[in-house]
Design a protein around this ligand. Sequence first.
Ligand code: GLC
Length: 727
Amino acid sequence: MRNKIVASLLLAIAWAVQLNAQISESEIEKKIDAVISKLSLEEKVSLCHAQSKFSSAGVPRLGIPELWMSDGPHGVRAEVNWDDWGYANWTNDSITAFPALTCLAATFNPELSFEYGNALGEEARYRRKDVILGPGVNIYRTPLNGRNFEYLGEDPFLSSVMVVPYINGVQKNGVAACVKHFALNNQETWRGNINVEVSDRALYEIYLPAFKAAVTKGKVWSIMGSYNQFRGQYCCHNDLLINKILKGEWKFDGAVITDWGGAHDTKQAALNGTDIEMGTWTDGLTVSQKFAYNDYFLAGPFFESIKNGSIDEKVLNDKVRRILRLMFRTNMNSYKSLGCKNTIEHHVVARKIATEGIVLLKNNNNFFPINPDKKLSIAVIGENATRQTTIGGGSSDLKAQYEISVLDGLKKRYKNATITYSLGYASGLPDYGHEIPSLLDADSLIRAACDIASKADIVLFVGGLNKNHFQDCEGADRLQFGLPFNQNKLMSELKKANNNIGVVLISGNAIEMPWIQDANAIIQAWYLGSDAGYAIADIISGYANPSGKLPFTFPVKLNDNAASSFGKLSYPGDSINQYYKEGILVGYRWHDTKKIKPLFSFGFGLSYTNFTISEIKTDKKEYALGEKIIISCKLTNTGNLDGAEVVQVYIGKQKSKVERALKELKGFKKLYLKKGESKTIEIPLEVNNLAYYDETISDWQIEKGDYEISVGNSSDNITQKLKIAVK
Ligand code: GLC
């Protein structure tokens, strides 16, 4: 018996060492040197471009495997055909669909980010994918951007804090994260060519920080260049973005992968930092020239340029080093995990993030939670109560093993209630690249919905956007800021039929709410993945107390949004150029500074309990450069339910020699407290994080003098302001 225990102990130790061991970086460099010296010119060039829709070549002669990539940020996409965008219709590639990244951002919980990345990395490894094409961290500049649902919101600090643990989680499994889309891809309209003009200050302070954090803190192993242009050069081969900033200033040692079809020129791709060219010869998603791989810019033409000496072979060698480094970290990493998919643990992670990301926006007379034990009649109205939202949306489309709809979740939870359902409104099927309107008659849908609403105690309207073209979907932006598919009319008719209405919005973008007075309560639920219905039922029934906070502002009307307020040249541009005229004043920075009251503010979210923040203080009054500022405060749960609150710390400088936002998020902490419980917390900030980008010296600069610290639980709900000085 004793021997058995010893043997199993030794095995456990060996296993633990194996799991946590990683080949050292210096060993990898030695291996790269050994391999490079054996490669022919053809073999080197073959590594720099696609060999299929989602793979680039290995070197069979030397036993170097192909490099397999897969979308996307919210789960591992179903297997795609070798040469075209069609699905291979495998029967073993269904996966766990995790909540959209807006939901993850709304949790304001970096620990969940790590769990997200780790679970996704395990599923990618199990599906034998070496690079997962996510996360996306483009800043939310306009509520019309079709892909905001795939990103982490409007604030560079929140995005920077949330992206790092996600990358660590993915890469822990020997799978590369591929942070995208680098950079300034903040809309889908004309995404393939639009040339973005933006000030250095806004570039460095708003649009780059999340990418910089991914590289310098997250040590991300690959980055995806974006389709658009910046200052006249395509971002997939942009000298300033890739050579000077990414590989120069940030010392990125990984591989730059183009977006699919993002490369346009051999010399530029060679000299401006493209390492792997993917998806060329497609005009996005419809036309692909078969077996065009040898015609890629970094294929035949690149090979010829090196042979005839017009491009130096050392340019190629740098690419090969980076690609081999990516391989030794992933498909040639003998310590990579085995992976797994569709496990209970992964669904627990997905549901936890979904539940924690849901935001309670309005709750008059404690409409929510609705007691699941009471004998109630609940009329559930709206297509989003039964619609699958894990499919569609473009490249983040998923084949989930299952998806619990809102209606299913509610039926399971409310066993004592009488639940009726009516579609209420209808959209077409999610079809990439064009809209298929519903053939159902809108008025008859409304009549049917009002009929069941009039007979119920409570009405739950489940609406919002969806993953169709012109909605929350890649390839096009939204055509309107208001709800589509006749939902506003439905809402006003429902109000006449029954006064007791709660609204559940499922979307990845802000929307206009002309009916806000008619809604007793409003929940902002995101695309919540496989267990969506359970997460929403958790919140509606009070089984879970909402703790999500908005990662982006909800303007009252579209022109209150900064990008839109500057007109067409600012958004969406004139099809050739566009100008980010709002500069650094994006999101709440705009609303605060220009005193434009939003419908709901960045960082806002209600709870079923109440919290107070008190005893707010800083550890000192004066700070030197390089020092830490410690903000401490006491958080108390004064209600009669356990819950969680996010204490947010914003900093502004009133007297400044440059334009400033009124305040900017520089720290936050989420805390779970039992009812009646109090806890003192510390939120550390860096004085260096107060720097602004000084265009006169093309570098960061910290202004001395007084700063104002604002502490609260939302950007528009500040409990107390403090003054500090930087000497
Ligand atoms: C798409 C997307 C990108 C995706 C890639 C592969 O066009 O822009 O996010 O990863 O192509 O599907």
